[in-house]
Structure formats: structure tokens, C-alpha cells
Write a protein that binds this ligand. Structure first.
Ligand code: NCD
Length: 332
């Protein structure tokens, strides 16, 4: 016989779960908007659940943890990995998805506001995943939605679920995070993945190198924020001086769509190309990561190198997103 557990205050307002689920979990019904929401204990917990998800996917493929739940996947910017891994995560958990990948075919193209779109979608779905070109859009969506909102990238702001999967990948590949030297390379100004990842890494004992063209440096507020937290950071314009000490080389795409002036983009595009030759001076036990898409900054010749971790990184994304969804529904 099931034991009756009284609903929490939050649950009474937002009853997305039948009673008896883990509604006392700190993640239950939570919005995922920024990496600053997660402390080290939370990260360990998420990674533990992600490992369970990996084991289940390998064993049974799909299972019924979120049967009956619906996710709205609302993408105002292009996406391959984030959108399809949320979709796959929900389906592997037995739930289903309303995919809105092309907002031009939805009422958004008629001028519908974001608050109206999310309040519409939550009439049909239990959780909303949103990607939008403006910083703060996920927060705005969460302000209006009663159901949980997950930020899948808000312009040049944050990309919290990517950072979680990046960190999980580092731990899976290298067995630890403390003590590592992480070198971020490419478009550090507009790249939201590096903004979120640097913030998450600041909870660990790490050194971070930033390599970028001068006009694409890591935002100074973020560098300052990490400095206050005691993180060792150094900035360079070339990779050579630090490749030998690097444990994780995190490469990013120069974000063409964020440039107002196409000429300026042309000046910096192609600044860095990582090839097998680049890694000649690198450690045997290091990894190369990239959130993808790559547009020439990592040569395909590198893909055979065991240190090239970017496809394994994508795979980790499925497990981390499954873990987050299970947690938001109080099922982990
Ligand atoms: C990134 C993004 O959209 O921020 N990709 C991703 O989510 N995997 C990086 C990029 O677009 O360059």
C-alpha cells in the first residue's frame, strides 16, 4: 500500500505530480535558469543521477519514469544537439514532446509575446525548455510560467544545461575536476557555453586560461567575478604557451550571428584551427571538447585522436538532460 505523503506548499500551487513522488526533492518543480543555482553537492547529485541514466539507457533504452508527462521544446534560435537531446531525453524517459523548432511557423511570427507563448504552452505541457536570442529571456519566461522552465541558451547569456554536461564529461573522462587546468579558446565574448562553464568551474580548485582574439575576450565582469572567488585565470591570444599544461582544451565557434558588422567577423574568423599538429605538445591524458557546431576550428583529422572528446561529450548531454528532467519531476 502506498504511504500518503502530504503535498508541499509549492506542490499545492503547481500540482504537476501525483502525490507519492519525491516532491520533497530540492529540484522538484525547479526552474533551471543559471548555473549559479547549483552548489557542489547538487552537481555531485546530478552527475550521480546522470550515471544511473546512462546505465538504464544502455540496459533498456527507454523506460517509463516520465510516462504521461509532456515537454514543450521552444526554440527561437537554431539548434541540433540541445533540441534533439532534450527530445531524446524526454522520450527515453517515456514522456512526450511538443517540438517548436521553427518559431516562424508558430504564432510568434504573428507577433505573439514571449509571456503569452509560454502561458499557452503550459496549458498543454508540464515543463518548458526555451532557447531565445535575448539575455534574460528564460528568466522572463519563468516569471510568467507556473510550470518549470529550463534555459537552453539565452543569447550571449547562459547555457546552464550545456555547462552541466560539459562538467560531467570532464569528470567522466579525467576522473576529477579539482586540480585541472582548463583552457577555453575562441569566441569567449559571445560564447554562452564558456560563460556558464567558467562559473560552474569556479566552485572547484582549477586554473583557467582564456585564449581569444582581443575583440572576443572573456567579459571582464565574469573574469572579476571568478577572481573574487580565488580562481587562477590568465589571458592569451595564442594557444602555444599553455597547450602543454592544459588538461581540458575547450574550443568554441566564432559566433558569426552575434556580430553586427560582417567585416569584423571576417577579420577574426579562422583565427584558430586545432589540428593533430597542435596537440603534439599536449599531454597524453588530456581532452579536447567543443559544444558544437564546429565551423572549421577543429580539423576533422583530429577526430580519430582518443583525446578528441566532443562526440562523447554530446552523448553525456543526453544523460545529464535525462537526469535534470527526472529531478524536475521529482522522480530522482
Ligand atoms: C552552442 C550554443 O548554441 O550556444 N551549441 C550548443 O548548444 N551545443 C554553441 C554554438 O552555437 O556555437
Amino acid at each position: 500500500m502506498a504511504i500518503y505523503v502530504p503535498p508541499t506548499e509549492r506542490e499545492k500551487k503547481n500540482p504537476i505530480l501525483p502525490f507519492g513522488d519525491h516532491h520533497d526533492s530540492p529540484f522538484y518543480s525547479m526552474d533551471v535558469l543559471s548555473v549559479s543555482q547549483f552548489g557542489r553537492d547538487d552537481l555531485d547529485y546530478i552527475f550521480g543521477v546522470a550515471k544511473e541514466m546512462r546505465a538504464m539507457v544502455e540496459r533498456v533504452g527507454t523506460f517509463d519514469l516520465l510516462k504521461g508527462k509532456i515537454l514543450a521544446n521552444l526554440f527561437y534560435e537554431p539548434s541540433t544537439r540541445t533540441s534533439s537531446s532534450f527530445l531524446a531525453a524526454m522520450e527515453r524517459l517515456g514522456g512526450s514532446v511538443i517540438p517548436i523548432n521553427e518559431v516562424t511557423y508558430s504564432s510568434v511570427s504573428k507577433g505573439e509575446s514571449l509571456p503569452d507563448t509560454v502561458r499557452t504552452l503550459e496549458c498543454y505541457a508540464d515543463v518548458i525548455v526555451i532557447r531565445h536570442p535575448e539575455v534574460g529571456s528564460a528568466k522572463l519566461a519563468a516569471k510568467y510560467a507556473k510550470k518549470p522552465v529550463i534555459n537552453a541558451g539565452d543569447g550571449v547569456g547562459e547555457h546552464p544545461t550545456q555547462a552541466l554536461l560539459d562538467l560531467f564529461t570532464i569528470e567522466e573522462e579525467l576522473g576529477r575536476i579539482d586540480g585541472l587546468t582548463i583552457t577555453m579558446l575562441g569566441d569567449l565574448k559571445y560564447g554562452r557555453t564558456v560563460h556558464s562553464l567558467a562559473r560552474l568551474l569556479s566552485q572547484y580548485d582549477v586554473s583557467i586560461n582564456y585564449i581569444s582574439p582581443d575583440i572576443l575576450r572573456m567579459p571582464s565582469e565574469l573574469v572579476e567575478e571568478l577572481k573574487v572567488g580565488g580562481i587562477r585565470q590568465a589571458e592569451f591570444s595564442v594557444l602555444d604557451p599553455v597547450i602543454g599544461e592544459t588538461d581540458v582544451l575547450y574550443v568554441t565557434r566564432i559566433q558569426k550571428e552575434r556580430f553586427k558588422d560582417a567585416e569584423v567577423y571576417k577579420q577574426v574568423k579562422g583565427t584558430y584551427v586545432i589540428t593533430p599538429d597542435t596537440l603534439r605538445k599536449a599531454k597524453e591524458e588530456m581532452i579536447v571538447m567543443h559544444p558544437f557546431p564546429r565551423v572549421g576550428e577543429i580539423s576533422m583529422d583530429l577526430d580519430q585522436d582518443p583525446r578528441a572528446a566532443y562526440f562523447r561529450q554530446m552523448q553525456c548531454g543526453l544523460y545529464v538532460r535525462m537526469a535534470l528532467l527526472a529531478m524536475v519531476f521529482g522522480k530522482a
